[in-house]
Design a protein around this ligand. Structure first.
Ligand code: URA
Length: 434
């Protein structure tokens, strides 16, 4: 088999066989297939698509690129959640401690910032000392001791996704259903969870803008999970505006901590509550979704979830004093308020442009070797349906580089559409697929 023939086959719109997909993934993981060849194949897949058989074969090849962890000997349910990516989506930072505090194990393998969307790993690395690169043995022992462990793809677990994820990020090949399904499910099926709650986002800030496409992705992922004997549930949720108020790594971490303290923004808290409730049901500690929501409220109001977050941070070598002192986190040197140029109601926020604006400031990567600025980002003051006056603040930009700030401000200005008519804010939870 030759890599170039496989690229040409997909370029010409033909279906790849399982042996060809295995050959490519094995070769890319061990370095025989070059980045430039894989980039060409990714673009061919992006343009030509993949059948469901190809998607399953790709997922399995990526899953088997590393070890598959088995935590069944821990004797407790292990439930994780994953999001398809959005702007301001820091739910993992709240959900992991909440669910672990209820006694369900949360083995979580997360990603870094991808295109305009943020990544849990980068947000966690805002915490001085926090290690997301635990070895498999450390992952297991932290999970056993604390009840949750949050790491990235490693040389041991789903290494193919680690390389492909970074390459897709810089080759405009993220928003592709088979690639997303294989990326998410390969690492999630490898991490030793018995059940998985998926948050599939749709809207202007999601990779899949159209709700039907999001539902289709949800169904593909449920069928992959079932094929591997795992429980799986999908929430289709809105991403037509940033989630919560904070966008950018340490700003989002602060918002997550505030939420653990019971002071989070309503929409963000609501999504954390819904996702946690389903995880608690799947983990067998809540009888139904309503009981799960009540448990969430109690874990927040009793500060049990906050205490669990402290344990997680300490176990992963982070400085847990950040929970009480946000000055210990990386912060941007300067701030600028962007004001509305007219009065009216916020009609639309192009949320991908908002994510892009944050990335331009340095919160995400434009190239494989870009270093992230953990302190920069945005505070969103005005959301869809809000009434704004001329000169009232839309967004605060937290920045370190004035040129980048100007570029980012232009993106934000064009992202907001303000008009005279009142509008209803979008519904946050659009559907549940079981
Ligand atoms: N999250 C992932 O892990 N992979 C994707 O492709 C998109 C979101």
């Amino acid at each position: 088999m030759r890599t170039v023939d496989i690229i040409a086959k997909k370029r010409d719109g033909h279906e790849l066989g399982r042996a060809e997909i295995d050959f490519i993934i094995r070769g890319y993981t061990n370095g025989d297939v070059a980045d430039y060849q894989m980039a060409a194949l990714l673009m061919a897949i992006y343009l030509r698509g993949m059948s469901s058989e190809e998607t399953v074969a790709l997922t399995e090849a990526m899953l088997h690129s590393g070890e598959i962890v088995d935590f069944s000997e821990l004797g407790r349910p292990r439930v994780d959640k994953h999001s398809t990516g959005g702007v301001g989506d820091k739910t993992s930072l709240v959900i992991a401690p909440v669910v672990a505090a209820a006694g369900v194990l949360v083995p979580m393998i997360s990603g870094r910032a991808l295109a305009h969307s943020g990544g849990t790993l980068d947000k966690l690395e805002s915490i001085p000392g926090f290690r997301t690169d635990l070895s498999l043995a450390e992952f297991r022992s932290t999970l056993e001791k604390v009840g949750a462990a949050l790491i990235g793809q490693t040389a041991e677990i789903a290494p193919a996704d680690k390389k492909l994820y970074a390459l897709r990020d810089v080759t405009a090949t993220v928003a592709c259903r088979p690639l997303m399904a294989a990326s998410i499910m390969s690492k999630k099926m490898a991490e030793g969870a018995s059940g998985l709650v998926l948050d599939v986002k749709t809207g202007s800030g999601a990779f899949l803008k159209n709700e039907n496409e999001a539902r289709e992705l949800g169904r593909i992922m449920i069928s992959i999970a079932r094929g591997l004997n795992k429980e799986c549930l999908v929430l289709i949720t809105d991403m037509n505006q940033p989630l919560g108020r904070a966008v950018g790594n340490s700003l989002e971490l602060i918002e997550a901590i505030e939420t653990l303290k019971g002071q989070g923004p309503e929409d963000f808290n609501c999504l954390c509550r819904e996702l946690s409730a389903e995880m608690l049901v799947m983990g067998g500690v809540a009888a139904d979704s309503e009981a799960g929501r009540r448990a969430y409220d109690k874990l927040i109001s009793s500060a049990a979830a906050l205490a669990k977050m402290r344990e997680i941070i300490k176990a992963q070598s982070g400085d847990a004093r950040v929970l009480d002192n946000y000055d210990l986190l990386p912060r941007a040197g300067q701030k600028r308020e962007l004001l509305s140029s007219e009065s009216g109601y916020v009609q639309v926020i192009d949320t991908e442009a908002i994510g892009h604006a944050s990335m331009l400031l340095g919160a995400g990567r434009a190239r494989l070797d870009t270093e992230i600025d953990l302190g920069v980002g945005l505070t969103i003051h005005s959301r869809i349906g809000d009434k704004v006056e001329r000169n009232s603040p839309l967004v605060t930009i937290h920045f370190n580089d004035a040129d980048r700030m100007e570029e980012s401000a232009n993106d934000i200005r064009s992202a907001y559409k303000i008009g005279p008519d009142p509008v209803e804010p979008p519904q946050l939870i659009k559907a549940v697929l079981r």
